[in-house]
Design a protein around this ligand. Structure first.
Ligand SMILES: C[S@@+](CC[C@H](N)C(=O)[O-])C[C@H]1O[C@@H](n2cnc3c(N)ncnc32)[C@H](O)[C@@H]1O
Length: 162
């Protein structure tokens, strides 16, 4: 959930959006919920890699800049997509962004910084690739879009696979 920056600046298709913030870090929940206090968000402290203790179903679930922070191989961390799908309405959509390695174009500076972050445990994306992300999404959703912007994958996914 981070700081709530994107939710603060987002435009919503309804006058009173029903927003649930989920994060493992209580300081991030504090920061984000204060920033968007006008929307009276629900706060949930939880690990996305375990079943989500949330209401729902939600029409939209944002997963921005989360996957590259999670430990494990893409196939393991993708369990969060199972939990997201369980919380999503039938016509709902997940969206997000994540920083990849593999063949994703990375400048020398990006490579160096990513290596430092991986060593410190801030990132855990040494094995994260575009193919791995697409495989994790298409195994769980019928419609999947992954667009690369540099080494950042911007994705959306919806629908149940047949
Ligand atoms: C890089 S921030 C991104 C925040 C926000 N989505 C954004 O785009 O600005 C990653 C967030 O994921 C949270 N996080 C990391 N691992 C988590 C986990 N296992 N379960 C729940 N939240 C987690 C962190 O506390 C942090 O708020």
């Amino acid at each position: 959930m981070g700081t709530g920056y994107f939710l603060h600046h987002a435009r919503f298709p309804v006058e009173v959006p029903d927003i649930t913030l989920l994060d493992l870090n209580p300081h991030c929940l504090d920061a984000a919920s204060s920033r968007i206090a006008r929307h009276r968000p629900t706060r949930v402290r939880a690990n996305v890699l375990e079943p989500w203790p949330v209401g729902g179903p939600f029409s939209s679930i944002g997963l921005c800049y989360l996957l590259h922070c999670l430990p494990g191989a893409m196939a393991d961390k993708a369990v969060l997509l199972d939990h997201a799908r369980a919380a999503l309405s039938d016509d709902g959509r997940i969206f997000g962004a994540t920083i990849l390695q593999g063949d994703a174009p990375r400048s020398g500076a990006a490579r160096a910084l990513m290596e430092i972050y991986n060593k410190k445990g801030v990132f855990s994306n040494r094995g994260d690739t575009e193919d791995g992300l697409k495989a994790a999404l298409t195994a769980r959703f019928a419609q999947v879009s992954v667009e690369m912007r540099g080494c950042v994958a911007v994705f959306t996914a919806s629908g149940r696979p047949i």
